[in-house]
Design a protein around this ligand. Structure first.
Ligand SMILES: [Zn+2]
Length: 57
């Protein structure tokens, strides 16, 4: 599972494909509320300053 900004969503999809060999679901964090989980506020790519916008799962 990756939590990334718009710029890194392609990268996260490629990484997911490499790792799991199937296409991920991409969830827009702005449009989705989670009952038991708060997504991290920032993109998890190293040194990326942007807000997290997508969950690749
Ligand atoms: Zn990013």
């Amino acid at each position: 599972m990756y939590v990334v900004c718009k710029e890194h969503v392609e990268l996260a999809i490629d990484r997911f494909l490499d790792e799991y060999e199937e296409a991920p679901d991409v969830v827009n964090l702005q449009e989705t509320k989670f009952a038991k989980w708060d997504p991290p506020p920032h993109c998890e790519e190293k040194d990326c300053p942007h807000h997290a916008e997508f969950l690749v799962v």
